[in-house]
Design a protein around this ligand. Structure first.
Ligand code: ATR
Length: 287
């Protein structure tokens, strides 16, 4: 991180923060403070452990203290929808708020996660989303956003697989309603796909099973595999995908791009994306 460019903290310092629980491993402070330093901005970014029952008070406190903005992470993204004065189109579309901008005393909620998924898939895997066939594993918060974003990007066909099938069925129904031209089904595809995307949390812990049951679907049937998990850098799924000859990427690009967009919303300046990526990699992998 280019600490040398850090401006001194004084009464004019603008503050941003991420609120979440747990929060101690967040890479966002390293990422944003590196970006502020690179642009010579007198801004700082902090991280706060906030219990959901205190979320409203924390947002109000930040507003009262003239913070520039906030990020929200697990488990606050849905709760925050009802705690802002106004929802930007992105937050309305994706039904979740991960970024708040305070403007003239008003709290405006944004969602920068969905766009970050598409940007990272394009940048890191060179996937052409329009017309692609995609197998998506997971139907939690991240899976839902990914499924809707892929539909909005006009993929040709979407296959949703989740341990709790009813949640995949619900998302499929929502896609049919919002994007009637997209073919969506629940269960493994019968033929090859262009992309397999893991949005489950399986792989975060070393003892986790791989999220794909290769007896039901072979990695040889996909060209590219994206794992939203970025720690460890190579999950069992990504190792197996490389062995099967797939292009692979982990979720670090998503983390960087959701942050870059939030940075632009708060500061009105283009984000130094390469600086942010290096800072995240330093924070997450110690490189
Ligand atoms: P996130 O916000 O990261 O999406 P989440 O909403 O808790 O977190 O979703 C976690 C996802 O990982 C879900 O798809 C979950 O499957 P269920 O909907 O059946 O719970 C999936 N997941 C978590 N642990 C799993 C496990 N042991 N086996 C299979 N899927 C699992």
């Amino acid at each position: 991180m280019p600490q040398s460019n850090l401006t001194p903290i004084n009464a004019a310092t603008r503050l941003c923060a991420v609120l979440g629980s747990p929060i101690q491993h967040s890479a966002s402070p390293a990422m944003h403070n590196a970006a502020f330093a690179a642009l010579g901005l007198n801004w700082r970014y902090l991280a706060f452990e906030v219990d959901p029952k205190n979320l409203r008070a924390a947002i109000e406190g930040a507003r009262a203290m003239n913070f520039a903005g906030l990020n929200l992470t697990v488990p606050h993204k849905l709760l925050a929808v009802d705690m802002v004065d106004e929802l930007d189109a992105s937050a309305k579309t994706w039904g979740a708020v991960n970024t708040i901008k305070f403007e003239s005393g008003r709290a405006i909620g944004f969602n920068t996660d969905a766009e970050a998924i598409a940007t990272s898939l394009r940048e890191d895997l060179k996937v052409e989303l329009r017309g692609a066939k995609v197998l998506l594993l997971g139907a939690g918060g991240a899976g839902r956003t990914a499924a809707l974003k892929l539909a909005a990007e006009n993929v040709a066909e979407l296959f949703l697989v989740n341990r709790t099938a009813s949640k995949a069925v619900e998302i499929a129904a929502e896609i049919k309603k919002q994007f009637p031209s997209i073919k969506v089904s629940v269960g493994y595809p019968k033929s090859d796909v262009d992309l397999l995307l893991n949005a489950t949390s399986l792989g975060l812990k070393p003892e986790d099973a791989a999220p794909l049951d290769e007896k039901l679907y072979s990695l040889k049937q996909t060209r590219a595999v994206y794992d939203m998990i970025y720690k460890p850098a190579e999950t069992k799924l990504l190792v197996a995908a490389q062995a099967a000859g797939c292009r692979t990427a982990n979720g670090i690009g998503m983390l960087v791009h959701q942050g870059a967009k939030a940075f632009e919303i708060w500061t009105g300046q283009p984000a130094p994306v390469a600086v942010m990526r290096r800072a995240v990699e330093g924070s997450v992998y110690g490189v």
